[in-house]
Design a protein around this ligand. Sequence first.
Ligand code: ZN
Ligand code: ZN
Ligand code: FE
Length: 755
Amino acid sequence: MLRAARLVRVTGQVQGVGFRPFVHRLALRHQLGGWVRNTSGDVQIEVEGDEVEVERFLAELVAEAPPLARIEEVVVSAHEPGGTASFAILASLTEIDRRQAPPPDTAICPACLAELTDPANRRFRYPFITCTDCGPRYTVIRAMPYDRERTSMAVFEQCPACLAEYHTPGDRRHHSESNSCPRCGPRLWFANDAGATTDGDLIGRAAALVEGGGILALKGLGGFQLAVDATSDDAVRRLRHRKRRDAKPLAVMVPDLAAAATIADLSAAELALLTSAERPIVLAALRPGAPLSCEVAPGLRQVGVMLPTTPLHHLLLTALGRPAVMTSGNATEEPIAIRNREAIERLGTIADGFLLHDREVLARYDDSVVRVVDQRPVVIRRARGYAPAPLDLPVASPVPLVAVGPHLKNTFTLVSGRRAFVSQHIGDLENLETLEHFRATLADYQRLFSLEPGAVAHDLHPEYLSTRAALDMGLPAVAVQHHHAHVAAVLAEHGRSDPVIGVAYDGTGYGADGLTWGAELLRADLISYQRLGHFRYVPLPGGDRAARAPWRVALGYATLLGFDNAWPWAYQDVAPAELALARQQVRQGLNSPRASSMGRLFDAAAAILGVRSVSSFEGQAAMELESLAGRRPASEIICPIVESTDGWVIDPVPLLATLAWQRERGVDPADSAADFHASIAWNTEQLVRRAVDAIGLRTVALGGGSFQNARLLGSLRSRLEAAGLEVLTPRRLGPADGAISYGQAAVAAARLATG
Ligand code: ZN
Ligand code: ZN
Ligand code: FE
């Protein structure tokens, strides 16, 4: 028998996922001596024993790794056997200048759920039940390596029964750092105007509050959530009123899959997402006759559905026995509340009761949102469960880097070499609270990853708060155009750095010519881009106000048509004086900046079809048009393309005029909405074909928030693929502005690397 010894270093998502206990079991199985320990940057293992068994151990280390582990690299080196026969889990080692992403939070696992509902179990109905396979991670971690002493569980000392589990090899809770029980763990309490209590059936009281139409604030994983009865018009209306949230769709949590099926028509891919450990909100087709208030997603045929994430959610939803609206605990446009006192202060005017506990939430996390397009998941909002799992960059950055992201739907990205840590969704950097959240989270990330940036990437827009924050850092700065960043993000996510044809369709971004861009055809690689074409500029009377006023965009297009009193029905909800002022502005060119924007084009179509002339949030009209179009068959309306000094300009005015004509003839607006989608896809294909002929590239990258529209994304992709082109689409970061910071990082890294 030949003895062998190996030192093994494993990198990836290997802490907080039950990896050390797994290694321990595996070593015992193969009768190996040695040790395993967490370090700041990896998991290190030393094994020795029979050479054949050592080889088997190494193979199974990868093949049988725990479900939540994601192994990126295993480095093995041989050394002289020292005669160790026993195997131990050693204390963790903190190393300077080494880093890894903390593990994301994970939904309660089936084994813990079974214990939660077992009256004989000592954790029966215990709201903080976890094991090595599930529970809070990122939102309770102060620093890596992952050990209880560096989490917000540190203040809860394990009782003898819990400690015994913790120290027993083979136990489900062997080295479970979040381990606790009703004797030793966090406490739940219920509070309302009458005071606070820890006694009695707290879950029952919270459920009764919701059943009675009240608004409950409960402490979730990444901060507070607000819950109301999703079947009650009154309750949902009250929530909207108090939260100052007019029409934006709300997500619904249901007790289980059977309940989910009564609300939404779910495909296999959607079911898989719903039940995944990340537990995102899944946007799915609303089932006709679903037991839901029409106030949940007004005017839309999609609904955001999610299953319970935490044991507390399970207990509450089971007690409730009906769907609950579950939304972030904040007033609209503010960051989510995470501390008990903060919640009571900020949510006191919204909530009628609070379900609180004393485990601290260390990081603010909204729920993630995902939808399925052509069987594939497309991330709409990347937060809890997904961030900050790192992505790679095709070109390593020679210096540590921070990319501050865009103005709206902000995320930021920290880069070390090839690794890009993209933050969770931060929000719109339009108020001090959100800017403070941005600063605090960035500081947390720098500490957590022990990373001191040597350069900063930012948007071209000189006035964005993110740009100013970037320039205040006093570091070498790289400015990246918004739509170049969209295309670069898609390229980088696919590991590509070669030039492609980029189609970037979104609301708005600051163009290199100082005008507003948003419907762009680019030739781009990671380093640079060239604008090949764009949709025709339209004047937007009132400027930024046009984002919530489809009628203003319609008016802008009407002036391009030559008579600004065309399409009178597009201004149906507009006060005459306001309309007259806007007409005057656009005629005289006052406060009417010119924009090329796919988002605004959707708005104009919605106004012209009489679907909506005023929006309560940006993108509302486009969501409604998509819902309206459904899967109806459609025919394409041709838009002329002319050559100009800044490339091909495609003119959507004939398309809009045709929609108006259809409306006058009494065509069903749903059919017109379908024609509009088909026309955008068809005309985009023509634009791309010109680019293919002109520059010879055969790969197309699609990016920008307009591609959150499943019909547009699906039909354009299949058209381009049918034309024999390779199509790259956003996956892990989604098409919208949440990907911008990663795109900025990819461009900055590539530019810095080439000097
Ligand atoms: Zn578990
Ligand atoms: Zn205990
Ligand atoms: Fe964008």
